[in-house]
Design a protein. Sequence first.
Length: 480
Amino acid sequence: MSHAPAHIDFRDNTQRVPPTMPGAVQKATTRFLGGRATVVEILGQEVWQALRQAGHDLRLHAIMHLDHYLEQAERAVTRAGGHVHWARDAEEACRIVLEIARQHQVKRVVKSKSMVTEEIGLNHAMEAAGIRVLETDLGEYIVQLAGLGPAHIVVPAFHLSKEEIAALFRDKLGVDAPAEAQQLCQIARQTLREEFLTADMGISGGNFLVAETGTIVMVTNEGNGRMCTTLPPLHAAVVAIDKIVPDWESLTVLLKLLARSATGQKLSCYTSFMTGPPRAAAETGPREFHLVLLDNGRSRILQSPECRETLLCIRCGACLNICPVYNSVGGYAYGWPISGPTGAILAPQILGTKVAGALPFASTLCGACNEICPVKIPITDILLHLRHRVAEGDDQEGPAAPAMIRVSAKLGAVALGTPWLYRFGSRVLKVAQAPFRRDGWLPRLPPPLNRWTRARPFPAFAAEFRQWWRTRTRGDRRSR
Ligand code: SF4
């Protein structure tokens, strides 16, 4: 049932990035970063930094007391008339949602945008069970029609042009779609409206879960989230356990950080709060509400002092927008719905380093993500720790790097730490490289070194370093 990737080869994925992707990504990310900078400036750096610190502290407090707040939330949801389910992993979460759907003979589902349901592959599980699932966020709707996943955690289809979307609508919906934004929105709106009215079930995620009242908070810019959670007779929300916030006061801090960091808005167009099903017959909304609380490796992440701050993420997307690697390749190269720096630290911990061990290396470690993160996650420290986990293993996982690379690295360390061996090795390399050398470069090297020379030539070994240094300093003295 699980739809998790078997192995993520970031390098290989980058080879398939369409040439138009970097330009489209940079155009959008520049706009978001500009908007963010403006709203932060209006607030003032001092206030902003204080908000970031408060956001960090309260998120850390929440995840360090997960047991307490999750049980509080469970009691509150149950008190409000909802049903709470606990899912250890992706498979169990999909099974629970499917079971709820089967009990109500659900045939058609409308879904609001939710990264956690992307993470667990819920759509695939439901479709495999014969249930039609329709994404209703415009970006998600477009990428679903195109048979793709989200290219960005906030704006899933931002890499597609109006022309491409119009062609997609013509092809998949059989309508006369002009390449004009408003008309394309109108077409999507008309198609989706009918679906909202006839769906048997609505599925959502939740940006936050307020422990004190058991309230799901949804932050969106389209009305679709509200339609999904109010029109169908049944609502299931899948929420990861790290989304918990203690109370409404904490929530206000996070809401101030989220929209500003994500899209440069003070507040998103829709911020919806849902606490159980309607309590009186006169109230509108689904008659039944289910909350699926998903772990999927998060309890394990919490046990790692070096990596637990991964769980502070509020999925604002700012680290993607500023990341030079993400801006060069876009989201699909990460091979997982959550991409960019936040995906590079989350995926290896959820999927394991044997599957996603390439992702912590998909970074220049420039630290821009640390600076922009609204909840001050030390992303580069976590990336470095995960690189160490891949190479050497730690108390969570054994090493994932191939034995040959690990042995080569160990031999390299010995050679670099033993002067006579280093001198001897340099001389041997100088002779051994002769057949490959062209004008001071090594354009082609045998495997595994050809992974470098496939992209660029390698500089030939000039000499043993000490000898090269002596020659150089002698030359400097002569020229003085
Ligand atoms: S890691 Fe920080 S910047 Fe990146 S998505 Fe999460 S909260 Fe936003």
